[in-house]
Design a protein around this ligand. Structure first.
Ligand code: ADP
Ligand code: MG
Length: 375
């Protein structure tokens, strides 16, 4: 059913505005946003839609088609006090960050799979922010909306995410990736024409979620910060590969490996931009492989499921493959020939079954458009 009809069925009257925002996948540039590096994500074609209408009684009522279609009721005072539980916090967070002072009825219908590393959270936040921006004539720019939705997730939901997911969900363009400089948040659209070469990017959700028993993410960040301190620089962004190699003895083995990933990954993102501009997809594939090896060996954030997905994809003819996201589970991507799609996913499915792993899920998408007001 269309989201307008869903809203009308749920709340008994039609919505005032409908907006949508996509999920994303990060082509390359992993674990370097917090080191002020570059990332190169693109939007997938799966979107979250949001329909809203104003209320004049200060009540906030929300429904999600993915959460049993139940009405959850709150109000502006409760949101000012940062109340709310579970998924409702993503919505209240955006209302809070955007300082909306009107009651609202909100209906959410998301086609981005939840928790698969495709950023259903940013799709939700950005579809709502886009709808609110339009409904209340706030005229916020896309970078402003990116900061506000990030703030909602950081400070209301309590997830310390960077700004990549929201930026790409808001600013994406069909046929392009977004080169985002995490130092100054400047962006550049980079053409990604997989289709003209009959290529596609397969997304493999391993369905593995290994607990970070040693505080893996925080420890990795810490190592990068320690290295920056030793070199008296603000972040790894200021460290060249030459300088890192020349001063290796200043660092512990672990510190060197972590910094080696950060510095080499930043160079790989820029090389990936060159490869895309030259439409050299073989070179891009090699960079994806190097990124994976670096995340596995230097950064040590891969896991058996991710390695198996990547290795099997490569053995089945992929031009390149790598884990994406924080690691220790989640998804991998593989750049493959369109005609190999069935064979690659079947080989991965079989390899997972043979190793006693949970069955993986597959998605694929060409680079798609960013958030928009639909009606
Ligand atoms: P990812 O962003 O990779 O999908 P996250 O854990 O960051 O994973 O965000 C997933 C969470 O976002 C869900 O557990 C839920 O709380 C919320 N969410 C996302 N989409 C929806 C939706 N359509 N309806 C309700 N909640 C949603
Ligand atoms: Mg998320």
């Amino acid at each position: 059913m269309d989201i307008r009809e869903l809203f009308t069925k749920g709340f008994g009257y039609p919505p005032e505005v409908v907006a949508s925002a996509p999920g994303r996948v990060n082509l390359i540039g992993e674990h370097i946003d917090y080191s002020e590096g570059f990332v190169l994500p693109f939007a997938i074609d799966a979107v979250t839609k949001c329909a809203i209408a104003k209320r004049d009684d200060g009540k906030i009522r929300i429904i999600s088609a993915q959460k049993k279609n139940e009405i959850i009721e709150s109000n502006l005072e409760a949101i000012a006090a940062k109340e709310g539980s579970a998924w409702s916090r993503y919505i209240y967070g955006v209302i809070w960050a955007m300082e909306i002072d009107s009651g609202l009825d909100i209906y959410i219908d998301g086609k981005v799979p939840l928790g698969a590393g495709l950023s259903s959270s940013a799709a939700l936040e950005c579809s709502l922010a886009t709808a609110l921006n339009h409904l209340f004539h706030l005229e916020k720019t896309l970078p402003e909306l990116a900061r506000l939705t990030q703030r909602a997730e950081n400070e209301y939901v309590g997830v310390p995410c960077g700004i990549m997911d929201q930026s790409i969900s808001l600013m994406a363009r069909a046929g392009y990736g977004l080169l985002l400089d995490c130092q100054d948040l400047s962006t550049r659209h980079i053409k990604i024409d997989f289709a003209s070469r009959s290529l596609r990017l397969l997304i493999i959700d391993t369905q593995a979620h290994h607990a970070l028993t040693d505080g893996g993410y925080a420890k990795r960040r810490e190592s990068c910060e320690e290295v920056a301190k030793i070199f008296s620089i603000a972040s790894l962004r200021q460290l060249s590969m030459e300088s890192l190699l020349a001063h290796k003895t200043k660092l512990s083995d672990i510190q060197f490996k972590r910094a080696h990933h950060g510095v080499s990954e930043m160079l790989r993102v820029l090389d990936a931009v060159k490869a895309l501009e030259a439409e050299d997809f073989e070179a891009l594939g090699q960079l994806l492989n190097q990124s994976h090896n670096s995340l596995r060996d230097d950064y040590e954030v891969s896991c058996p499921e991710l390695d198996l997905a990547v290795d099997t994809a490569l053995r089945s003819g992929a031009l390149g493959a790598r884990m994406v996201g924080g690691g220790f589970g989640g998804s991998a991507i593989a750049l493959i020939n369109e005609s190999d799609a069935g064979a690659v996913s079947l080989a991965i499915e079989k390899a997972f079954a043979k190793n006693g792993f949970k069955a993986p899920r597959f998605f694929d998408s060409l680079p798609s458009d960013g958030a928009k007001v639909i009606s």
